[in-house]
Design a protein around this ligand. Sequence first.
Ligand SMILES: Nc1ncnc2c1ncn2[C@@H]1O[C@H](COP(=O)(O)OP(=O)(O)OP(=O)(O)O)[C@@H](O)[C@H]1O
Length: 227
Amino acid sequence: MLIEFTGVSHVYPGSPRAVVQELDLTLTESRIGVIGANGSGKSTFARMLNGLIVPSSGTVSVNGLDTARKGREVRRQVGFCFTDPDSQIVMPTVAEDVAFGLRRRGLSKPEIAAKVATTLAAHGLEGYGEHPAHLLSAGQKQMLALSSILVTDPAILVMDEPTTLLDLRNTRRVVAAIESMHQHVILVTHHLDLLADFDRVLVFDESRLVFDGLPEKAVEHYLGLME
Ligand SMILES: Nc1ncnc2c1ncn2[C@@H]1O[C@H](COP(=O)(O)OP(=O)(O)OP(=O)(O)O)[C@@H](O)[C@H]1O
């Protein structure tokens, strides 16, 4: 993975100031955490990683693809998991939702069914294929959202506070899923303990990257900002 931010700033239309300012950054590690106060620009940064937001100045490139010009190709490589799984579950049943991401990939029906079954089994949803997606528990919904992303096998997964709505047991499920993934993961979170084994943690404050380093030092820096 090679993600490069070059001179990136972002101003939302109608907003008085940039919410991400003058960011130059190269990301290559397998596990990268992102922390910082509410409103510091983390979600905006995360959304720039797959072209959901195109910066108002500067460039973001993912494995050589400029997100402003190659958004669709970028999104094939970068899956995005939101805080609220309801915002990304799009089909009535669990199996249909997982299969949705595989459409237009030229796979046969049996191939799709096999991929869906393997993915559901890997994420604790074996036997739930015909279950109405909206009736799942919050934790199961997050595992479904994750399954629907991972079934397409993106190289990179960006997760924006995926455990915020979950209890401890389901948080642990998501953590275990992250640990077992072969994908590069970029995780935005307020749950600082999830990042202990990460390779690198970025700390944002007031629209700027203010620390970039190992988890322990990053958390120390963040706690210092909160005093
Ligand atoms: N669509 C938008 N239009 C205008 N301003 C926005 C929009 N989305 C976010 N903002 C503003 O941009 C700033 C940064 O928001 P962002 O969601 O990136 O922060 P965050 O660090 O992810 O916060 P949190 O921890 O609360 O999720 C905030 O001041 C927010 O109000």
